[in-house]
Design a protein around this ligand. Structure first.
Ligand SMILES: O=c1nc[nH]c2c1ncn2[C@H]1C[C@H](O)[C@@H](COP(=O)(O)OP(=O)(O)OP(=O)(O)O)O1
Ligand SMILES: [Mg+2]
Length: 202
């Protein structure tokens, strides 16, 4: 990484920040949320997770002067032709609300039979050494599941109470946070990213 092992996390999402801290602090990395540097949310104008993650990482690195890690993520539902996708955070409009997003998702799938409610979380991570880094490190991972008809569990954030894991027999909001971090789109993407950075930067 860089000499001081300090990086800025280009996110304002408290759930993501908690998960990144759980995953990265054991590695001896000093992970600072972008709010510490007065970085504001950028407009996510990209048409892909990659583009949006790049926009976020670049802005956080520019303002902080530090290497930056950004996460753009979302939920792809097959019966909804991939919606809410890159619009997951603002699915039910602004201001962003997990609760209203979940209600809208349940309504959109109200006619959809069990067995046809398949989907996946996507997480795209972008790491920039500096704001003009021409060689971003990019990793993307998905996590398959099904959309429940009723919320279950209190943990996690976002769509987790509606995201059912057949293998676990639980919603993501019912998992221990360690289990979520081991299995999730974000946790696995982050492990892969860290492996790449270790090879690249020692
Ligand atoms: O593990 C997850 N568990 C539940 N929901 C999740 C997860 N991962 C992404 N999601 C949902 C939340 C939000 O609706 C959208 C991310 O949107 P996204 O723009 O990347 O994040 P955000 O606007 O909340 O914060 P920020 O852009 O500052 O990182 O996908
Ligand atoms: Mg966002």
């Amino acid at each position: 990484m860089n000499a001081s092992n300090t990086l800025v996390l280009a996110s304002g999402n408290a759930g993501k920040l908690r998960e990144f801290n759980q995953l990265l602090s054991p590695l001896g990395l000093d992970v600072r949320p972008q709010a510490e540097f007065g970085v504001h949310d950028v407009e996510e104008t990209g048409l892909t997770f990659v583009e949006n993650a790049l926009l976020k990482a670049r802005e956080a690195s520019r303002v902080s002067g530090l290497p930056a890690l950004a996460d753009d993520s979302g939920l792809e539902v097959d019966a909804l032709h991939g919606a809410p996708g890159i619009y997951s955070a603002r699915y039910a409009g602004e201001p962003k609300s997990d609760e209203r997003n979940n209600e809208k998702l349940l309504a959109a799938l109200s006619e959809c039979a069990e067995g046809q409610r398949t989907g996946r979380y996507w997480c795209v991570l972008v790491y920039l050494r500096h704001a003009e880094d021409p060689v971003p490190v990019i990793v993307q991972r998905s996590w398959e599941g099904e959309i429940l008809a009723h919320p279950r569990g209190e943990g996690g954030f976002g769509y987790d109470p509606l995201f059912w894991l057949p293998d676990q027999g639980m919603s993501v909001a019912e998992l221990q946070s360690e289990t979520k971090n081991r299995l999730s789109h974000r946790g696995r993407a982050l492990h892969a990213l860290v492996d790449i950075l270790k090879v690249a930067h020692g």
